[in-house]
Design a protein around this ligand. Structure first.
Ligand code: SF4
Length: 375
């Protein structure tokens, strides 16, 4: 493992619109590169410009805490933070990869977020997060914390092949229980599901059952992209060693383009399978409203609920106008409650969407949405 210390000018990654998966407006990566070395990691893709050998080299943003302190300093001129969870992790490096034991950047960033009384959502694959339970509990008491773990399945044998340096799924599930026992909301990011390996009905059923038994608050699900270049080459090398017969199947479903998507038919089938089990085990497939309705702004609440409705309809194989309306609303700077009479002038907002928006503005909820989330 080669560790390089680097200095950065910025740490907070600002999203143009609220991220309705994580409920965040800002995210941060304190490391670039990840020695967890998952075979499918898209951080390996050229798109992210991660220097060095992905999987063995890692860059540590050594001045991250000083920079973050400045970025979070609300008394600085023109600084205005938009409300929402601060996302720690995801992207091109796990915040609790082994280097964190020495540098403790994640621990220090969480302490700073606790000091600033900001809500936090952490995504990791590592049980090292238990070390910081004291700070996470503190954040949860005052502002709210969500701890999420990513999985490609809960099968230890599959994980050993594709996630060689990560604590096994059963250890991650135990860690979820550890946080749940302390009153902290936890999610599973079942992402990516590996074609022909962790996408079978048996494996998905077992994974969602395990998540239910660990008492997760939600499961967010997604297929695997394989972008042309290093990501595809590395993954196919591992696949060839362990599952050589599957190469033909991968060539059938992947389009091998720069986005790395499979053909629609494959995703549609995968969504159907997921939808059956998520309903059977009665687990929300998006972060539930109770975890964010008092955390995000009025406009963002409308955007998120419309996007969630859009997702749920599409998961059922139905068409939806709500995603487009949400996108248009995300561009509006005025509070929606100040333009209540003009909602129909917004692109994509028809009578049904208007009705949902008015109800959200008045009650912070939507009966239509609740019905969809109520199994
Ligand atoms: S833990 Fe996440 S960031 Fe790290 S290698 Fe695995 S998928 Fe990539």
């Amino acid at each position: 493992m080669k560790v390089k210390e680097i200095k950065q000018k910025t740490i907070l990654r600002k999203h143009k619109k609220i991220d309705s998966w994580f409920l965040s407006r800002y995210g941060m990566n304190l490391y670039r590169g990840c020695t967890h070395n998952c075979a499918y990691c898209d951080g390996r893709s050229e798109k992210y410009n991660v220097e060095g050998e992905f999987g063995s080299d890692v860059a540590v943003k050594i001045n991250a805490i000083d920079v973050l302190r400045l970025e979070l300093n609300l008394s600085r001129k023109r600084t205005h933070l938009k409300p929402g969870y601060f996302m720690v992790g995801g992207g091109v490096g796990d915040s609790y990869q082994p280097t964190e034991k020495k540098y403790e950047l994640t621990r220090k960033a969480l302490s700073l977020l606790a000091e600033k009384k900001l809500p936090v959502h952490i995504l990791t694959k590592s049980t090292l997060i238990k070390r910081d339970v004291d700070i996470i509990e503190k954040i949860n008491e005052t502002n709210k914390a969500i701890v999420s773990f990513s999985f490609s399945s809960t099968d230890d044998k599959i994980s050993k092949i594709f996630e060689p340096n990560v604590p096994l799924p059963n250890q991650r599930l135990e860690t979820i229980q550890f946080f749940k026992e302390r009153g902290i909301s936890c999610g599973m990011f079942l992402l990516p599901v590996i074609p022909f390996i962790s996408d079978t009905k048996e494996v998905i059923n077992k994974t969602i059952q395990d998540a239910r038994d660990a008492d997760v608050d939600f499961i967010i699900f997604g297929g695997m992209t394989l972008k042309e270049g290093k990501q595809k080459e590395y993954f196919l090398k591992v696949l060839k060693q362990r599952y050589p017969k599957l190469i033909t199947d991968y060539n059938m479903i992947y389009q091998w383009d720069r986005w790395g998507n499979t053909k629609h038919e494959y995703y549609d089938q995968l969504n159907k399978t997921f939808n059956v089990f998520i309903k059977y085990y009665k687990i929300p497939s998006r972060i539930p409203l109770r975890l964010f309705k008092n955390i995000i702004s009025e406009n963002d609440l409308v955007v998120v609920l419309l996007e969630h409705i859009d997702y749920l309809l599409k998961l059922e194989g139905k068409r939806s106008p709500y995603g487009y309306a949400a996108y248009s609303i995300s561009k509006i700077n005025k509070p929606l409650s100040s333009i209540k009479n003009d909602l129909r002038k917004i692109k994509g907002v028809g009578p049904a969407t208007e009705k949902i928006i008015l109800e959200i503005l008045e009650t912070k909820k939507s009966r239509y949405y609740e019905k969809m989330m109520d199994f």
